[in-house]
Ligand binder design. Structure first.
Ligand SMILES: C[S@@+](CC[C@H](N)C(=O)[O-])C[C@H]1O[C@@H](n2cnc3c(N)ncnc32)[C@H](O)[C@@H]1O
Ligand code: SF4
Length: 456
């Protein structure tokens, strides 16, 4: 047992260090200048997903690093107009999409504008399913009726059903007590084909009992899906998390993950990816847009695209973004290329996270030979009993799923480094080892980066 624990903690540490190395040392962000316009163009035969960012919230939560501004009606109205214009530009470039993910921020914060935007997406593209995110204040029956037939999957941020945690992160005042949120959720279930609850585990000082209670309440509400994110800390959120929730010198992530998997194994829900659970009739649904669509086009301020092995970054600053859209100029301000090996690892991780890597498909889609190209990685994962092969597929064991959680959480924290870079110049100077290749263009950080005025 001691041997098993030592091997497992070595493996987790190794995986963590290796993704840190990839994200921190090999992450070369190139800031584009006027002469280096990037145009998003589709490749024939490839499928893409569309991601649209809505960067507004009424108030900010301490653990959240997503790109956002304080909501103002006029500002948001102009923003949505620009978003629709960028959508038309993407259409003119030749893209088509089957699925749209609207992320935030709080995407239902301005319902008429969101509705217009979703309707336009359906008009322009062959969209079959739309996902959106909301907080518990925008899920009234009236709001959801408006989106009947438009939104297919709505994830609602709950974070916890424990009043003391909700108070600490300032959500009790904003969204109501646990009992009030539960009532609203009960009414919402059934109004949209898939309602998903988002919770966070491994919050500092969160107890086992609080976690089990969160899961029990979530299951009793009976949504189609329940997602439990491990708390992700980055340089953007670490201090705010400590101020609001305190610091804890024990890390319960692994133990809590085991509890989560056990609680869901008791019935009603099946694991649909490493951190999401779906009720039996929706068991095969996919949660993460990165998981099922390797290539995606992001529109909106601060949106990321992943195209041709490159992370492509849209202008963060709202005014800058708006100016670019109106001038029919590229909204892209920076990009970051991954090596083929990094790309193969990333795709492998997202597929393993989803539960299975089909070896033949993986090799065909990526022009790869997985056993040769990821020889070291696969053998290490097998050695620590994290993966196994069955019927031409590589699958994660329980421990493998936990490694996926760790790596995905690290990957998201890595994206925070990109956000931090564009947040303000002071942060740029403190962001160690994040190479910004502007020398070749002679563009300085200050010239190239237009600072978002509001906090991220
Ligand atoms: C972009 S947020 C939008 C949710 C919505 N605005 C709300 O507050 O309910 C999507 C989800 O990401 C998760 N999330 C945000 N920050 C996180 C963090 N630091 N660690 C883990 N999960 C996080 C939360 O569960 C959140 O509901
Ligand atoms: S969790 Fe939701 S409401 Fe809170 S800051 Fe993040 S996006 Fe906004």
């Amino acid at each position: 047992m001691i041997f098993k624990n030592t091997v497992e903690s070595f493996a987790v540490n190794y995986a963590h260090k290796s993704i840190q190395r990839s994200l921190y040392n090999e992450f070369n962000i190139k800031i584009l200048d006027e002469n280096q316009k990037y145009t998003k163009t589709p490749k024939e035969g490839k499928k893409y997903m569309l991601y649209a960012h809505v960067p507004f919230c009424h108030t900010f939560c301490p653990y959240c690093s997503f790109h956002k501004y304080h909501y103002e009606q006029e500002l948001a109205k102009h923003y949505f107009e620009n978003l629709r214009e960028e959508m038309r530009q993407v259409k003119a470039a030749g893209f088509d999409f089957n699925s749209l993910y609207v992320g935030g921020g709080t995407t239902l914060i301005n319902e008429p504008e969101l509705e217009k935007t979703l309707r336009l997406a359906k008009e322009l593209f062959n969209i079959e399913d739309i996902s959106a995110e909301s907080d518990p204040n925008h899920i009234s029956p009236e709001s959801l009726t408006r989106f009947d037939g438009l939104i297919d999957r709505l994830s609602v941020g709950v974070q916890s059903f424990d009043d003391s945690i909700l108070k600490k992160v300032g959500r009790y005042e904003k969204f109501g007590s646990s009992a009030e949120v539960q009532k609203r959720l009960e009414k919402a279930v059934g109004m949209i084909p898939v309602i998903s609850l988002d919770l966070i585990f491994n919050l500092p000082n969160q107890t086992k009992e609080q976690l089990i209670n969160d899961i029990k309440i979530s299951k009793a509400i009976a949504p189609e899906q329940i997602t439990l994110y491990p708390l992700m800390k980055s340089e953007l959120t670490r201090d705010n998390i400590a101020r609001s929730l305190g610091v804890s010198n024990v890390d319960n992530e692994r133990e809590f993950y085991e509890i989560i998997v056990d609680e869901f194994a008791k019935g009603g829900y099946r694991q649909s990816n490493a951190w999401a659970f779906s009720n039996q009739k929706n068991a095969d649904m996919r949660d993460e847009y990165v998981g099922s669509n390797h290539e995606y086009v992001g529109i909106g301020s601060g949106a990321f695209s992943f195209l041709e092995g490159e992370l492509v970054i849209n202008a963060f600053n709202l005014l800058d973004y708006g100016r670019k859209v109106k001038a029919q100029d590229s909204t892209v301000i920076a990009k970051c290329a991954f090596t083929k090996k990094e790309r193969l690892k990333y795709i492998f991780l997202t597929e393993l996270f989803d539960g299975s890597v089909d070896i033949a498909k993986y090799n065909k889609n990526n022009g790869a030979n997985i056993h040769r190209d990821l020889f070291v990685e696969l053998n290490l994962l097998k050695l620590v009993n994290a993966i196994y092969e069955e019927n031409g597929c590589i699958k994660p064991t329980f421990f493998g799923k936990y490694i996926c959680v760790v790596l995905m959480r690290d990957f998201y924290a890595g994206m925070d480094r990109v956000r931090a870079l564009f947040k303000d110049d002071a942060k740029i100077k403190r962001t160690k080892n994040l190479h910004v290749m502007s020398e070749d263009t002679g563009v300085s950080y200050e010239q190239a980066v237009t600072r978002p005025k509001a906090a991220i």
